[in-house]
Design a protein around this ligand. Structure first.
Ligand SMILES: Cc1cc2nc3c(=O)[nH]c(=O)nc-3n(C[C@H](O)[C@H](O)[C@H](O)COP(=O)(O)O)c2cc1C
Ligand code: SF4
Length: 498
């Protein structure tokens, strides 16, 4: 992963540990009620893909156990990982692309409700992404993948050569000469693997995305409702289709690119279709980028403008992330795909402990606060979730008190210790296992290996019934932590949708 040149080491701290009474009076552990969003506390576990599904995209036992473990910590909300809406093979990515997935996802919802004792609202993040190929071997690329065009022939002076001769000649050229003959996309396909973009409107399936995506997203959301989820999070962030429509790099000329109003058009049409499918009493929000963190990408003023439009349209929450783009991703090894968290924008998305002067903690707070202010200035009160490097009570509480956001997301801190908020609420904050922001977990994600945390994955392996990763060396969920039942807050029925 890219790291800032400064490489200053940062260490997370527990901060001030509130007593149980202080915690009970805090903003973090106060309720939030906004439309169908009913949070018992303002803690939120954002989507994290743990690679626990199978090639069929099902909610396996490992998927259930993974989320059960988070639910035991009773966060205000738990967002299930990015889940595919197209019924096509997608590797071990969880899917919600057909009615056959509803029963499995329903079991997942039941598991979470039981484990959190009804304290946690359960959402699922639904995603569309475009095709990306692995980086090819150069020889194969020239033999099989490159489409030989008149342009290549003209540049080579090879008008009457056979196609095989053109391919063989190109393959034998030094890289600089190859680059001079190939166009930018062909060179990218050779160096990184071919990657579709929303601007490839010469391809019918890309041109027709504005016609196909509202139906795909709304059908997936209807399944989420049927499975018993409390809501859906539309994935409008990072490197994926909807974020690419919002991006300042979207130059489509069919009314869905160019100016902001055109770029937000499909995200709003998708939202409208989803809302129509699920009704008003089901939570629908989106996750999008406060800043794209790439050259020529969206800045916070774009994101503030989009935030107001999402609020005006009636979304129930807005959750921010940052960066995570393909545009500046590092070159993958041959046979691997580009990963959108390897460049500077990837660092901004999941910053690790080696950082610049600002450090890895709270890089998204200021832009998120700008977005929230714009939403309020426009007369809306849509709750805003801010995530990024938050790991202790003090930090989370300050974000809420300063009204920089309404809900605090903790991804890696929740992975490091799924009980961190529960322990804190009970006055036991000293027992929290702090995330060290090493990005060991993110490294596993990059290789599509089962994600675990280095702080617990080798602990208590001898425990009965412990399930191990496919390498046989790591436990798949954090060891149990138990507060006595008397310690736990009472069940709050409003957390569960009828
Ligand atoms: C293993 C892993 C998987 C992730 N998967 C997703 C995902 O499916 N959808 C998403 O929006 N963000 C995903 N993220 C990003 C996190 O939700 C979060 O925005 C990021 O880790 C920064 O927050 P943190 O500092 O609290 O970890 C993932 C992060 C990690 C570490
Ligand atoms: S492996 Fe654990 S400690 Fe390291 S960044 Fe991930 S969650 Fe934090």
């Amino acid at each position: 992963m890219w790291k800032p040149a400064q490489r200053i080491k940062f260490h997370p701290a527990t901060g001030r540990v509130p007593t149980r009474e202080e915690a009970a009076r805090s903003r973090l552990f106060s309720r939030l009620r906004a439309g169908p969003l009913h949070l018992q506390q303002r803690t939120w576990v954002p989507a994290m893909v743990p690679w626990r599904s199978n090639e069929e995209g099902e909610a396996t036992v490992d998927v259930l156990q993974w989320y059960e473990r988070f639910a035991r910590g009773r966060p205000g909300a738990l967002v299930i990982e990015a889940t595919g809406i197209r019924d096509v093979p997608s590797g071990p990515l969880l899917r919600i692309s057909h009615d056959r997935y509803v029963d499995g996802l329903s079991a997942l919802v039941d598991t979470i409700r039981r484990a959190s004792d009804g304290h946690t609202q359960v959402f699922i993040q639904i995603i569309d992404f475009l095709n990306i190929r692995r980086r090819p071997e150069a020889e194969k690329y020239f033999q099989r993948f490159l489409r030989v065009t008149p342009r290549h022939r003209a540049l080579l002076g090879a008008a009457d050569w056979s196609e095989d001769a053109v391919r063989a000649h190109l393959a034998g050229l030094p890289p600089a000469a190859q680059q001079a003959i190939l166009d930018a996309r062909e060179w990218e396909a050779l160096q990184f693997g071919a990657r579709e973009r929303v601007t490839d409107t010469d391809l019918p399936h890309i041109r027709e995305l504005p016609q196909t995506l509202p139906g795909l997203f709304s059908a997936a959301a209807a399944r989420a409702r049927a499975a018993g989820f409390d809501g859906v999070e539309l994935h409008y962030a990072h490197a994926y289709t909807m974020a690419s429509f919002l991006s300042a790099t979207n130059t489509r000329d069919d009314g869905y690119g160019g100016e902001r109003a055109n770029r937000v058009r499909l995200p709003l049409e998708v939202y409208a279709a989803v809302r129509k499918a699920v009704g008003r009493d089901f939570v629908v929000g989106c996750r999008y980028l406060a800043e794209e963190c790439i050259d020529g990408g969206n800045q916070v003023d774009d994101a503030a403008w989009f935030g107001v439009e999402f609020a005006r349209a009636g979304m129930d929450f807005i959750s921010t992330s940052r960066g995570g783009k393909f545009d500046d991703a590092k070159q993958p090894g041959i046979g691997s795909s580009a990963y959108p968290y390897t460049g500077r924008s990837g660092y901004e998305c999941m910053p690790q402990y080696l950082s610049d002067e600002f450090g890895p903690f709270g890089r998204n707070i200021a832009p998120t606060a700008t977005i929230r202010r714009a939403i309020h200035a426009a007369g809306f009160t849509t709750p805003v979730v801010c995530t990024g490097g938050v790991h202790n009570f003090d930090m989370a509480e300050a974000m809420l008190v300063r009204e920089e956001c309404d809900i605090v997301g903790t991804a890696r801190q929740s992975l490091a210790d799924p009980d961190w908020a529960l322990k804190t609420s009970l006055g036991l904050g000293r027992e929290v296992r702090l995330c060290e922001y090493t990005n060991y977990c993110e490294g596993l994600d990059q290789k599509h290996k089962q994600v675990t945390c280095q702080l617990w994955d080798r602990s208590e392996l001898e425990e009965p019934a412990v399930r191990l990763a496919s390498d046989g060396k790591r436990r798949l969920v954090a060891p149990p932590w138990s507060a006595t039942t008397a310690d736990l807050p009472a069940v709050a029925p409003s957390a569960t949708r009828a």
